[in-house]
Design a protein around this ligand. Structure first.
Ligand code: AMP
Length: 449
């Protein structure tokens, strides 16, 4: 530890962010520079310019940056470079809050590390534990995990430990802690070596993150990039004030008006996400839902279709979408106004990224005025109204009403199918076996299953 510096106290990087240089200038080795080039990463992003050189010097790093800033590259490249210098199994662990993020990070490790033969494994919930145990037994170089499932393996998988770990990354630390993974993170910190490098990335510096920083990092360098400036400049934010009962018609009007763009539409509930997706599909739009009641495979499938541009409209809830790497969103529509003003910033942050321009349109009904005022207060400005031809909207209402009716029916059918599938799921041999055993003794208890 450098003299005069307390353990756990962040030192800000001195120089302001300079013009992007090449990865080579940052100290990245040739083979990894080639990998970046192959991914189409011509110049490093701001967070990469700030974080990579200090990480390569062997310092702990706190990165204040959001998904979309290139932060994965900022921690993956120094780890891969260190791995090249001293090859070792179970070398690095990346903790991340959600399964989707874990897969995205793993994709980037694979892409950057394929030419040097790096093996990585994703350890997340919702996936068979046995196959994960087998993958861990092969001792990959890098593990990307959500905290809960990793702790599960640390406690129950024979022969698996992280006692030789060299790098720990805590990605989206604010969200990890907000999702109540604090206990799991503590458990993990206790079983990995103290003598390691740690990178902590977070969109916000909350009290909990500061506490974690003090507990887990040594003499770190703080690298902060603000994407807000860019967002304000390139993002055109609008609102529309409309009666609640015509929301669907206004949505269809806007989608027609702005046809040819990619859209992300935010709804407040899983049910409304599903319903609106069905409604739009009935009207011929390529819409796809993403929400927490979908299975993991379906969520990844939705996201991939949207990413591959096979679908132009993604409907999502805040929870399902936060932190996802969703490229090329031209327009964000707040179909249901966010109840927490901060979610507004997360949502509109999905567009106007990396220097591109983008639009956001917030639907404000008679019930949302107060929430909308709070948003304007938070962002510190009054938004203009999105220009509309009311008569044209009203001409849509009949077709929309028919599509609503069909969507309601489809939603009901989906619900029934799901319920009957769940009943059938319980009719696996195992479940029936258990049921029979119980029923053999006390027939009345059967209902409990
Ligand atoms: P991240 O913030 O790490 O989730 O990255 C967001 C997106 O930016 C990913 O699709 C990366 O592949 C991409 N990306 C990361 N670094 C660069 C770079 N230097 N140039 C262009 N794209 C990049």
């Amino acid at each position: 530890m450098a003299a005069g510096q307390e353990e756990g106290v962040a030192v800000e990087t001195e120089a302001p962010v300079e013009e992007p240089r090449s990865f080579k200038d940052l100290g990245v080795t040739d083979v990894l520079c080639e990998a970046c080039d192959q991914l189409g990463w011509k110049v490093p992003t701001k967070i990469q310019v700030e974080a990579i050189p200090v990480a390569l010097q062997g310092r702990d790093v706190i990165g204040l940056a959001e998904t979309g800033s290139g932060k994965t590259g900022a921690f993956a490249l120094p780890i891969l470079q260190a791995l090249l210098e001293t090859p070792q199994r179970l070398f690095a662990l990346v903790l991340t809050p959600t399964r989707e993020l874990a897969f995205q990070i793993s994709e980037q490790f694979e892409a950057l590390g394929s030419s040097i033969g790096v093996q990585s494994t994703v350890i997340v919930g919702g996936i068979d534990t046995m196959s994960q145990s087998l993958a861990l037994a092969k001792k990959p170089h890098v593990i990307i995990a959500t905290p809960g499932r990793l702790v599960d393996h640390l406690e129950n998988t024979k022969g698996f430990n992280l006692r030789a770990l060299k790098f720990l990354v805590m990605d989206e630390a604010d969200r990890i802690l907000n999702m109540d993974f604090e206990t799991e993170v503590d458990k993990i910190l206790k079983v990995i070596p103290r003598d390691r490098k740690t990178f902590l990335f977070s969109a916000t510096m909350t009290k909990k993150v500061q506490k974690l920083q003090r507990a887990a990092l040594k003499n770190p360098v703080k690298c902060a990039v603000s994407s807000k400036y860019q967002t304000v400049e390139k993002l055109q934010q609008y609102y529309i004030f409309i009666p609640s009962k015509f929301k669907d018609s206004y949505l269809v009007y806007i989608l027609n008006e702005l046809a040819g763009n990619s859209f992300m539409i935010f709804c407040s509930t899983c049910n409304n996400t599903q319903r609106t997706a069905l409604l739009l599909r009935n009207l011929g739009f390529t819409a796809i839902p993403l929400h927490g009641q979908m299975s993991q495979n379906k969520r990844l499938g939705s996201l991939n279709k949207f990413k591959a541009k096979a679908r132009s409209i993604l409907l999502a809830t805040d929870v399902a979408s936060r932190g996802l790497d969703i490229p090329h969103v031209d327009v964000v529509i707040n179909f249901d106004i966010p109840t927490h003003s901060k979610d507004y910033i997360h949502r509109v942050g999905r567009t106007a990224r990396a220097g591109r321009s983008g639009k956001s349109i917030t639907f404000v009904t008679q019930y949302d005025v107060e929430l909308f005022q709070r948003i304007e207060h938070l962002i510190g400005k009054k938004l203009p109204a999105f220009p509309m031809q009311e008569e044209e909207v009203m001409m849509l209402t009949e077709r929309v009403a028919e599509a609503q009716r069909i969507a309601r029916m489809e939603l009901r059918e989906q619900g029934e199918k799901k319920r009957s599938r769940n009943d059938n799921d319980d009719d696996t041999e195992e479940a029936i076996g258990v049921r029979n055993k119980v029923a053999g003794g006390k027939k009345k208890k059967r209902k409990a299953f």
